[in-house]
Design a protein around this ligand. Structure first.
Ligand SMILES: C[S@@+](CC[C@H](N)C(=O)[O-])C[C@H]1O[C@@H](n2cnc3c(N)ncnc32)[C@H](O)[C@@H]1O
Length: 185
């Protein structure tokens, strides 16, 4: 099942978490005994299904209509464990529970907004995991203006995490750059 989704993503240029990223998630779920996850960025449901198979209950946001339809189909066998919220995470104003982990894997320019909006839903001792923080290790001098602006925005987000007095963040050179943020208790 997961291999079919991975192949679909490859064939249709859907960005999904890389294999190293999945291993990192697996270890993180185990190390922190994660049972409930809020994911921002479902795409076709690949990482959500992976986390469900690791025993988590996953609530996941997706705003793209095509992705929503595909994800609905794929997560159908896991409907007891995965709840898809087919809305823009930044516009959502419904009710949510509290989560052991928030996994941010959506529009890179909005990471700080996701972080600020959803960290109130972290349980005590909960963590925030971000993916794609290094943007493929691109050389900032050799990219388009818009890509440069995106890289600079991600750098500002990393500084925001590093200097935030209420949180402690560790960055990992896994895939395109991942991080784990914990609230300072
Ligand atoms: C990198 S993909 C997610 C990959 C997925 N987590 C996986 O590894 O299988 C990012 C997805 O986030 C969605 N997205 C971006 N911004 C969003 C937002 N504000 N609210 C909901 N979904 C968003 C995009 O439509 C896209 O499908």
């Amino acid at each position: 099942m997961l291999n079919d989704l991975k192949q679909y993503a490859k064939d249709h240029n859907v960005p999904i978490i890389c294999d190293d990223g999945l291993l990192f998630l697996k270890k993180t779920i185990k190390d922190y005994q994660i049972k409930s996850v809020l994911e921002i960025g479902t795409a076709i449901g690949y990482s959500a299904i992976f986390m469900a198979l690791e025993g988590c209950h996953v609530t996941t946001f997706e705003r793209n209509k095509t992705m929503i339809e595909l994800a609905k189909k794929h997560i159908e066998p896991y409907q007891n464990q995965i709840e898809l919220i087919a809305e823009d995470a930044l516009l959502f104003d419904g009710n949510l529970g509290m989560f052991d982990m928030i996994f941010i894997d959506a529009a890179k320019a909005q990471y700080q907004k996701f972080f600020e909006k959803y960290t109130p839903y972290l349980k005590q001792g909960g963590i925030v995991v971000c993916d794609n923080l290094s943007f493929h290790h691109l050389d900032i001098q050799k990219v388009s203006r818009s890509t440069r602006q995106l890289i600079q925005k991600l750098e500002r987000f990393k500084t925001y995490l590093e200097t935030h007095p209420d949180y402690q963040t560790t960055f990992y050179d896994v895939g395109d750059g991942m991080s784990i943020t914990k609230r300072v208790e």
